[in-house]
Ligand binder design. Structure first.
Ligand SMILES: [Zn+2]
Length: 263
């Protein structure tokens, strides 16, 4: 009787640990992170179309992701692994299976004297596009630079180069989004109070003039691609790209689905 009481106490106090144990004990491969495992079991993630294997397996995955704020190791070995890891977080978010990792007190403490963000996000200041939320990351995971229209100027470039050179982040993502107010304003010629940002967005507006489809969406996508190109040409970042130490990619965030599409 005492043993049953003790078990009930453990169940009440440590539900997350038990959840983690049950997930880890599944028959799926060891390097399959638990929240993907959960989504796979619930039929919310389909097997890989080509291999038939469970999706989202990350090679050399150093440790399973935490559940409900427990710490996780960051995949900083190379840019491709960092990208897969980042996009896996977005898949959790779009499936409404966010695990909110790295938000507990131990994460605060272990990052108090050192930060090792695995990715840099140059995103729009828009209140609906918070990188830690849409990529399901936590404290110390992402080095985020945000400015209206996700444009690159000297100050944003300094911040990005700092993360790549001194924090050794291996992935840089320029993140645009659906219905971007900054790009929309420039498209409509309402640039009176945002001249500095507007000048940097203007090339994408010109490029979108003769394209088929929705002009605003085309301009937003072109703006992201232009910033990726501009970043890739800078002396510091181009050298790191040539040495295969970093990768720069573009992303487009969809408000309705929550999905980030790679451009
Ligand atoms: Zn925006």
């Amino acid at each position: 009787m005492q043993k049953i009481f003790l078990l009930l106490c453990i169940l009440a106090v440590y539900p997350n640990n038990l959840k983690s144990w049950f997930l880890t004990a599944s028959a799926l491969p060891h390097n399959f992170c638990p929240h993907s495992r959960l989504a796979y079991r619930q039929g919310q993630l389909a097997p890989d179309k080509n291999s038939g294997e469970p999706p989202c397996q990350i090679p050399n995955f150093s440790s399973c992701l935490g559940i409900n704020g427990v710490s996780q190791k960051m995949p900083r070995q190379n840019p491709q692994i960092a990208l897969e890891y980042l996009m896996e977080g977005n898949r959790r978010f779009t499936a409404d299976l966010s695990t909110h990792p790295n938000r507990a007190v131990e994460r605060r403490q272990e990052t108090a004297g050192l930060q090792e963000p695995f990715a840099v996000i140059l995103g729009c200041a828009d209140s609906r596009v918070s990188p830690e939320i849409i990529f399901d990351q936590g404290i110390g995971d992402l080095f985020v630079v945000r400015v209206a229209g996700n444009v690159m100027g000297p100050i944003t470039l300094d911040s990005i180069e700092y993360a790549a050179l001194y924090l050794h982040s291996t992935l840089i993502m320029v993140l645009g989004h659906e219905n971007c107010g900054a790009v929309s304003a420039v498209l409509q010629g309402n640039t009176k109070d945002i001249e500095n940002v507007a000048n940097l967005i203007q090339p994408a507006i010109e490029e979108s003039k003769h394209q088929k489809g929705d002009r605003l969406e085309n301009a937003i996508r072109d703006n992201v691609k232009n910033v990726v190109k501009d970043l890739s040409k800078t002396p510091v970042l181009s050298k790191l790209i040539a040495e295969k130490k970093i990768k720069i990619v573009g992303g487009y965030y969809n408000f309705h689905s929550g999905e980030v599409e790679l451009l």
